[in-house]
Design a protein around this ligand. Structure first.
Ligand SMILES: C[S@@+](CC[C@H](N)C(=O)[O-])C[C@H]1O[C@@H](n2cnc3c(N)ncnc32)[C@H](O)[C@@H]1O
Length: 220
C-alpha cells in the first residue's frame, strides 16, 4: 500500500511540475551528448554556434570545448535551464557564451528570443545551428524559418531526432496527459521533425544534405 501511495505521489508530482512550469516535463530521456553532432562539427571551422534545446547541457559543454574560447555559443531553452548550464560551462572556464531564456508560459519559446537576436543582427551570424528543442511543427517549423535568416551561406543546420514522435516519447499522453489537450491524435503520431525537414529544408534548393536526415548545409 505504502509503495503504491509513493508511486502515485511521484506521478502527481511530475504532473504538477508539468502543469506549473508550462507544459513540459522536467524528466527527459536524455543522458548523453549528441555524438554525431560533435563528431561532425569537429571537422569544421565553425565559430558561431546556436543550440536550441539544451536540457542539462550535455552537448553544450562539448560545443564549448570545441570552441575553446573562440567565437560564441548561444544557448536557448527555458530560463532556469540556460542559467544552470551557463553556470556550469563558465565554471569549466569557457566564458564565450550567451544565454536566451524563455518563460514557461504556454505559448512562449525560443522563437520569441530569436526576434531579439534578429533585431540585433540584420545580417546572418551563425555558422552552426543545432535544433534539438520542442521537436514539434508548432514551434520548430517557425524556428527553422527564423534561423535560416541568421545562418551564413556555408553554415550548417543540424536536426536531432528525425523519426521522433510525441507518441512513445517522454511527452506521450500516457506519461504526460497534457499532450492530449495540446495535440490531436494525428499530431501525436506524426513525425514532426521529419515534416519540418521534408517540407521546409529538403525542398529548398539553397540547402544540401550532408548527413542523412540530420545535417544540411546552406549553399546559397
Ligand atoms: C532533447 S532536450 C535537449 C537535449 C540537448 N540538446 C542535448 O544534446 O543534451 C530538449 C530541450 O528543449 C527544451 N524545450 C522544449 N520546448 C521548448 C520551448 N517551447 N521553449 C524553450 N525550450 C524548449 C526543453 O526544456 C529541453 O531542455
Amino acid at each position: 500500500m505504502a509503495f503504491l501511495k509513493n508511486v502515485r505521489g511521484i506521478a502527481d508530482r511530475l504532473r504538477f511540475i508539468g502543469d506549473e512550469r508550462g507544459y513540459y516535463p522536467r524528466r527527459l530521456a536524455v543522458s548523453n551528448h549528441n555524438h554525431q553532432t560533435i563528431e561532425f562539427i569537429q571537422k569544421t571551422q565553425c565559430r558561431f554556434i546556436a543550440e536550441f534545446g539544451i536540457y542539462k547541457g550535455y552537448t553544450s559543454i562539448e560545443f564549448a570545448r570545441f570552441l575553446n574560447g573562440r567565437g560564441e555559443l548561444h544557448l536557448f531553452d527555458y530560463e532556469d535551464r540556460v542559467n544552470d548550464v551557463s553556470k556550469a560551462i563558465r565554471s569549466a572556464g569557457f566564458n564565450n557564451i550567451k544565454t536566451f531564456g524563455s518563460s514557461y508560459k504556454l505559448l512562449d519559446s525560443y522563437n520569441w528570443c530569436l526576434a531579439e537576436v534578429l533585431n540585433q543582427h540584420p545580417d546572418p551570424i551563425y555558422d552552426y545551428v543545432f535544433l534539438d528543442g520542442a521537436h514539434t511543427w508548432a514551434v520548430d517549423a517557425l524556428t527553422t524559418l527564423l534561423v535560416d535568416k541568421l545562418l551564413v551561406v556555408g553554415g550548417y543546420l543540424d536536426f536531432d531526432d528525425y523519426d521522433w514522435t510525441l507518441k512513445g516519447s517522454s511527452l506521450d499522453p500516457k506519461l504526460f496527459p497534457l499532450t492530449r489537450k495540446l495535440y490531436t491524435d494525428r499530431q501525436i503520431a506524426a513525425q514532426q521533425v521529419k515534416m519540418i525537414i521534408d517540407l521546409l529544408v529538403r525542398r529548398d534548393v539553397r540547402y544540401r544534405e550532408v548527413v542523412p536526415n540530420k545535417i544540411f548545409q546552406k549553399i546559397a
